[in-house]
Ligand binder design. Structure first.
Ligand SMILES: [Zn+2]
Length: 338
């Protein structure tokens, strides 16, 4: 597949000070990619800012105004982790716009990695939290629904549970939300029994995994739960909340995923998108706080997209993860043939 990145220098203008989600996160990834032999093969696209109407597809007017006013007032902390600086409202619109742009590039035959910040998947419909102001991936998915898509899968491999995305679509049967995350960990949601509600029962799939989960554990989770559920759902598009904080070098997570593991998961997504979605696949950056590790993880994903191969990796999983995966499978067997 032809691979692209979406990026804007302005993402550094969301100023967070001395914070893990710092202003240099995106430029560190792009600077690294420039040094690789992959760079000449990448299309580099710039995002357009999302509109207020886009944000309101997911968020309340009150929440939008809270972020807007906090920025206009010179900045403030919306929760103990989540800072708004004077430019943060505009940059948050540009971040959501980056996720939307990743779905636009499908028309040019490109599979994109939207290298955006602030991240999004903790922002719930009515509040900012966990470094996130607006839920970028949810907004991109909601735009697709508004345009007539009927089945969208969101796969969230960030080390933290994507509580905001889950909340946005908990009763929405047109969206399948699958989250793999460290448990117990921030924000505390994402247990096995959170499965959606009403017509959307079974459309939320949580895989809370123990700390220390490995490449092979994630591959096992894909094989045992993620892939069979996605196949049965038969999505028309796949969006990946690609949090690179499952990397073994990440300071905010305790997982042991390496570049080979990221490539393996990305390739699995590529194959699902080929099978069901006419290659409509997009990766959207969420977390990832070790600058080098995040950059190498992004490179691994883009290589898997561009080359449609992944390096071999050790096949040994852990017993603790296997037990969690078995439990998720048992829970989801009420809704899917597993
Ligand atoms: Zn995270």
């Amino acid at each position: 597949m032809n691979a692209a990145i979406i990026w804007d220098e302005a993402y550094a203008e969301h100023a967070t000070g001395a914070h893990p989600e710092g202003a240099d996160r995106i430029s560190a990834v792009v600077d690294h990619l420039r040094t690789t032999d992959l760079w000449p093969r990448l299309t580099v696209a710039a995002p357009e800012a999302a509109t207020e109407d886009d944000i309101l597809l997911v968020h309340t007017r009150l929440h939008l105004n809270t972020v807007k006013r906090a920025a206009a007032g010179g900045g403030s902390w919306l929760d103990p982790d989540t800072h708004v600086s004077p430019r943060s409202y505009e940059i948050a619109l540009l971040s959501a716009g980056g996720a939307i742009e990743a779905t636009r590039l499908w028309d040019r035959g490109l599979v994109s990695f939207a290298l955006i910040r602030p991240p999004g998947h903790h922002a719930t419909p009515d509040r900012a939290m966990g470094f996130c102001l607006f839920d970028n991936v949810a907004i991109a998915a909601a735009r697709l629904l508004a345009e007539g898509f009927e089945r969208i899968a969101i796969i969230d491999w960030d080390v933290h549970h994507g509580n905001g995305t889950q909340a946005a679509f908990y009763d929405e049967p047109r969206v399948l939300f699958v989250s793999l995350h460290q448990w117990p960990h921030y924000p505390g949601s994402g247990f096995f029994n959170e499965c959606g509600e009403g017509d959307a029962l079974g459309r939320t799939v949580n895989l809370p995994l123990p700390s220390g989960s490995t490449n092979a554990d994630y591959a096992h989770a894909f094989e045992a739960v993620v892939e069979p559920v996605v196949r049965q759902f038969a999505p028309q598009a796949i969006l990946v909340s690609a949090g690179q904080d499952i990397h073994r070098d990440d300071p905010l997570g305790s997982m042991l995923v390496t570049e080979a593991g990221f490539a393996d998961m990305a390739l699995r997504c590529v194959r699902l998108a080929r099978e069901f979605c006419e290659d409509r696949l997009a990766f959207v950056l969420e977390g990832g706080y070790d600058r080098d590790a995040t950059a190498r993880a992004v490179e691994a994903v883009l290589r898997a997209v561009a080359d449609e191969t992944a390096p071999a990796m050790a096949a040994e999983g852990t017993e603790r993860a296997a037990a969690a995966i078995a439990r998720a499978r048992e829970t989801q067997a009420a809704y899917w043939a597993l």
